[in-house]
Design a protein around this ligand. Structure first.
Ligand code: 6R9
Length: 662
């Protein structure tokens, strides 16, 4: 692990000048007083873990829980033990009962300019009908339903329908390939799939069903499939055996009502595959009670969401951000959540600002990679729209450096909105590190302190806390309600991935390791410095270098491949692939193209390398390990560290000149 990333490049940059949250924001914020609303400092010691009852209080429980935290069987923690609830009930039904059935739940902005609003009543009808249909197809509680849909309303509807009948969903990002879908269907033993005929990518109709068909052909089990007709005549399709049409099913169950299944707090709400340190994606298991409580609490305290708000998280529901902060968190709070299909620059580069303007969006949450793009495109796009409805801005997915942070604050927020830089992961389920926008001062470039109820330790190799300003590993010494419960692939991998490194079970010390490095300053603010494992973060999407290397190595004519991240301008990471061709192959344009195509087929376009650098050999240590750290330095044009451990030091010059040519 350390071979790959020493601390060389990972020094904290100075943060920008500190800013107080605007007075006008503080006056109305959901959380303004941490001494009362949440425990900090001494009170944290006294009140933890019971402070999390405040999060649980945001939910409606069928049966209340006995114990807040059961840590008997660490690291398999249980939260809100013996409590019972249903997530779909909490996100839909209870808002109808509160007389808010005509309130907008989802505002959908389609790629071709289509617009739809689902009130809570409309959402309830859709979820009930589809839940009835799923049951009729044979789905029972605890069956994993895989959902492979783009950003259309049927995606959250399908998720909530699953939640209603107690069937965990496994949403696979629509841009992933047929192979990636097959791996996930297979790993989860999933016998049900919800997909669509196709969708629009920029202006063009794009076939999704053919990817789903190929995936189904390559798994052993039969997969009962529901197809949403998104494109109509644009992309005619025929349904085969084991396939049904979403809209016909809805009609067949028109007006159906399905009693929400009361689930144990610890029952699995969903499964989400994410990149790990090996080629196989990890199936992260999330619970019902702890997950929903903490996403609702953070949506309220960090994103400052209120029921009367129009809130927009411009992520994709195919990743954790969309699960927690487009679907479950906002809907649990009964707010209006906007979802949009498409890209920020189609039909034009003001698409997002136009949506904010038209919908009078109060809160906007996006990724630093998007902010960097907006900055590059220039101020004229946001300037041509009225963004004065905005009250709070947020970012997630990778570090945001002070430059883009300021630009976002000044040009999108008009200097009047606090910006929350929220750190969390697929595994943490909910935000763990961020300023509280109505309480804390902001330091551009630093995410913030751990949230109340969360304990973070930045430690050295031996697990000792590092001094302020020093770089270390980000660990989390105490459990939290929305945490990953285990990996679907097994408890052993769960321990190995997150716990073994910094825990000492003999003395009862358990510490979650995030895979990130960080530094803490004198005020306890945490600056995130990137991953230490084989995961790279490209356009705020987590990818495994091993998975990409595996795909490249599959190409006929490739002898060996190593993939590293290269820092782009203003932050952001690009994928660099170093490839040595088989001795009988010409490492030329044809091979390069085959490699790019193969990665796209195996994973998806998001994983396509920015550059493929051919080299006769990869640099290796005497023990035969690829020196990735060195390849990273070459990709980043950094001064090379010590190369004396290399078996083939002569290769370095060759790679450098090849890289400069490519
Ligand atoms: C929510 C999400 C998790 C990884 C994480 C870290 C990076 C996320 C960040 C951040 C710096 C932030 N990350 N938020 N780095 N500052 N505010 O993105 O989940 O896809 O699992 O990625 O993303 O490296 O470990 P996920």
């Amino acid at each position: 692990m350390d071979d790959r990333n020493g601390w060389g490049r990972n020094r904290p940059e100075p943060t920008g000048p500190t800013l107080d949250p605007p007075e006008s924001f503080v006056e109305q914020a959901n959380v303004t007083d941490t001494s009362d609303d949440q425990p900090l400092g001494e009170q944290f010691e006294r009140d933890w873990p019971d402070c999390w009852e405040r999060a649980a209080d945001l939910l409606t429980w069928d049966e209340s829980y006995d114990t807040v935290l059961d840590d008997e069987d660490a690291p398999f923690y249980e939260w809100f033990t013996d409590g019972k609830l249903n997530a779909a009930y909490n996100c839909v039904d209870r808002h109808l009962e509160a007389g808010r059935k005509n309130h907008a739940a989802i505002r959908w902005e389609g790629k071709q300019g289509e617009r739809e609003t689902y009130t809570y009543q409309d959402l309830s009808v859709a979820v009930n009908e589809f839940a009835a249909a799923l049951r009729d197809l044979g789905v029972e509680a605890d069956d994993v339903v895989t959902i492979y849909l783009p950003m259309i309303p049927e995606l959250p509807i399908a998720m909530l329908a699953c939640a209603r009948i107690g069937a965990p969903h496994s949403v696979v990002f629509a841009g992933l390939s047929a192979d990636a879908l097959a791996t996930r269907l297979d790993a989860a033993d999933s016998e049900y799939l919800v997909t669509c005929d196709g969708y629009y990518r920029r202006g063009d109709a794009f076939n999704q069903k053919s990817k789903a068909d190929n995936a189904r052909l390559s798994v052993d089990q039969d997969v009962e499939t529901v197809v949403v007709d998104r494109l109509g005549d644009e992309l005619p399709h025929v349904l085969g055996d084991g396939e049904s049409d979403y809209h016909e099913l809805r009609e067949a169950f028109a007006g159906a009502s399905v009693e929400p299944v009361s689930r144990d707090a610890e029952d699995m709400l969903f499964l989400m595959y994410t990149s790990g340190t090996t080629g196989d994606p990890k199936g992260v298991v999330h619970s019902t009670g702890g997950y929903l409580a903490q996403v609702a609490w953070t949506a309220r305290s960090v994103l400052d969401i209120r029921p009367e708000d129009t809130y927009w998280c411009a992520a994709d529901i195919g990743w954790i951000t969309g699960h927690s902060y487009i679907v479950y968190g906002p809907l649990a709070l009964g707010t209006t959540t906007v979802m949009y299909e498409g890209t920020p620059d189609y039909p034009d580069r003001d698409r997002l600002w136009e949506i904010i303007d038209r919908n009078a969006v109060d809160i906007f949450y996006t990724a630093p990679t998007a902010v960097r793009a907006f900055m590059k495109w220039g101020e004229s796009y946001p300037d041509s729209h009225d963004l004065s409805s905005l009250r709070l801005l947020g970012t997630v997915g990778e570090p945001i450096s002070p430059g883009p942070w300021r630009w976002y604050h000044d040009h999108i927020g008009n200097g009047e909105c606090p910006v929350v830089d929220t750190w969390w992961q697929t595994e943490t389920g909910a935000i763990l590190i961020s300023t509280l926008p109505g309480v804390d001062e902001m330091k551009p470039g630093a995410a913030g302190p751990p949230l109340p109820g969360i304990d973070v330790a930045v430690v050295d190799e031996d697990g000792n806390a590092v001094d302020p300003g020093q770089t270390g590993y980000l660990t989390i010494p105490r459990p939290w309600p929305a945490m990953v419960r285990t990996l679907y692939d097994g408890d052993d991998r769960f321990r190995a991935e997150y716990w073994d490194r910094f825990s000492d079970p003999d003395v009862g010390v358990w510490r979650y390791f995030s895979g990130d490095t960080a530094a803490v300053d004198e005020d306890g603010y945490i600056t995130m410095l990137g991953r230490v494992d084989d995961v790279i973060n490209v356009a705020s999407t987590r990818l495994s270098t091993m998975e990409i290397e595996g795909a490249i190595a599959d190409v006929d004519g490739v002898a060996e491949a190593a993939v590293v991240g290269r820092s782009g301008q203003q932050g952001g990471t690009e994928i660099y692939a170093y490839v040595s061709a088989a001795s009988d192959r010409d490492p030329g344009e044809t091979l390069r193209e085959t490699i790019l195509e193969r990665v796209e087929t195996a994973i998806g376009p998001i994983a396509t390398p920015e550059a493929v650098v051919f080299t006769p050999e990869l640099p290796k240590t005497r023990s035969g390990k690829i020196m990735r750290r060195l390849l990273e330095d070459i990709a980043n044009d950094e001064e090379l560290g010590d190369t004396s451990a290399l078996r083939n030091p002569e290769i370095v010059g060759e790679i450098q000149s090849e890289r400069n040519r490519s």
